[in-house]
Design a binder for this molecule. Structure first.
Ligand SMILES: [Mn+2]
Length: 431
């Protein structure tokens, strides 16, 4: 993305500070031999500047002296031999369009001046105590100069209210990246379906996914892939991926790649031997029906809660029909008894974070969807091995998850080519 894109984002944020100063800390550098996953840039910093190095602080100041200041690691030929090139302060001015840039080591000395004569400080307190100390110390120093006529920020405001609200609505260039991430993830899921066979281990499918992601230019999985076969499919955050898979079982794969920071997040559940049993198919088609209903309900103006309610209603009705639950639909919904088998929410925001930023509730009410928002739609049904239900359903876990862009007209599935119907899934499993 070009400099103007980031400049425009900063301008939009600056307009909202009216007037104020925003202080954002970047990711901390990984330990010397840290894994590459520790190097993930801080998403807000990345979104506002395109800068991906760790150990930096972004300061945006609005008002009379409107400016973008960056504190970052200085050039250091010796360290750069080990860790690769650094942009350095001069580079930050040239290549990122910073109005001023200083070595990160000068933060304590220079931050107080950034906080002078602005009424509001936008800073996220409590996430990083080391950062908190530095910011509060700077604030204290400005306050101490109050006698000389210097004003200091008397309000500390959560920056999410400004930055995250803007990140929530994706611009076309962001949607393009998310579309590409979704395509890579699609190819990986299709490859895993084709590769799967009884006798393999879950990690062999994880390897297929990781290989496809990386071979297509994705930096990393957006989150650790879940490959859960048999009863493991009913464990929501299963991560071991080390079980040997057998014929007659389902395997649930929840995996998505990250591309230039943007996440995709897709789940599919398919038969290890390529053929659903009657009981598996019944559960699968119920989850599928609920997902279709949720997709139909996704449009501007609909709330995230409404989409969830539509999903839950289809699932609850189906659970009663299959004999997983007893009683009336009204009871099951009112007493939330469907939660025995469907205990999570249907959607989350998706973007630079897999569980992306943005408020789910506005003034106490579920938020209405708007064009440009990207969410997942991921109903599931998880029947524990020991559940008091007809035996054929025990130990079956199914989730179907797609990524969706809210459009002016309704919703566009960003992952339409991942096999979804029983026939398409079985065909993909045959390769
Ligand atoms: Mn998800």
């Amino acid at each position: 993305m070009d400099l103007d894109t980031y400049r425009a984002r900063r301008e939009r944020v600056l307009d909202e500070l009216n007037p104020g100063v925003l202080v954002l800390f970047g990711a901390r550098s990984a330990t010397q031999y840290g894994s590459s996953d520790d190097d993930r840039p801080e998403p807000d910093v990345r979104w506002l500047t395109g800068f991906e190095e760790p150990d930096c602080v972004v300061v945006l100041r609005s008002g009379a002296e409107r400016r973008f200041t960056l504190f970052l690691r200085p050039r250091d030929p010796e360290r750069e031999t080990w860790d690769g090139p650094r942009l350095g302060p001069e580079g930050a001015i040239e290549r990122l369009g910073a109005d001023a840039a200083y070595p990160i080591g000068e933060l304590a000395a220079k931050l107080p001046a950034e906080l002078e004569n602005v009424p509001r400080l936008f800073y996220r307190l409590g996430r990083d105590r080391v950062a908190d100390d530095q910011v509060l110390a700077a604030l204290d120093r400005v306050r101490a100069r109050g006698r000389t006529g210097v004003q200091w920020p008397c309000e500390i405001i959560e920056p999410a209210r400004v930055v995250h609200e803007q990140r929530l609505r994706k611009a076309p260039e962001e949607v393009a990246l998310m579309r590409r991430a979704a395509e890579i993830t699609t190819v990986a899921h299709v490859a895993a379906m084709a590769r799967c066979a009884p006798g393999q281990h879950e990690y062999e499918l994880e390897a297929v996914l990781r290989e496809r992601f990386r071979a297509s230019g994705s930096e990393r999985p957006a989150y650790p892939p879940i490959v859960g076969s048999g009863p493991n499919a009913t464990v929501l955050h299963y991560r071991r991926n080390d079980r040997r898979m057998s014929a007659g079982e389902l395997v649930l794969i929840d995996a998505g790649c990250e591309l230039h920071g943007y996440a995709s997040d897709v789940t599919r559940t398919f038969p290890v031997d390529g053929r659903f049993t009657t009981a598996q198919q019944a559960i699968y088609e119920l989850v599928l029906e609920s997902q279709t209903a949720a997709l139909d309900a996704t449009r501007p103006g609909a709330t995230i809660d409404e989409v969830h309610r539509v999903t839950v209603e289809v699932l609850a009705r189906g659970m009663l029909a299959l004999g997983l639950l007893r009683g009336s639909l009204a009871e099951v919904l009112e007493q939330e008894r469907y939660k025995t088998f469907y205990m999570h929410r249907t959607s989350h925001f998706l973007g630079l974070d897999v569980h992306d930023v943005g408020a789910y509730f506005v003034e106490g009410r579920s938020r209405a969807l708007e064009p440009g928002m990207t969410i997942t739609i991921e109903p599931g049904l998880y029947v524990p091995v020991g559940a008091d239900v007809p035996e054929r359903f025990r130990g079956i876990g199914v989730r179907i998850e797609d990524d969706v862009l809210v459009t002016e007209q309704g919703a566009e599935v960003l992952t339409p080519a991942v096999p979804r119907t029983v026939a398409d899934v079985e065909r993909a499993c045959r390769g």
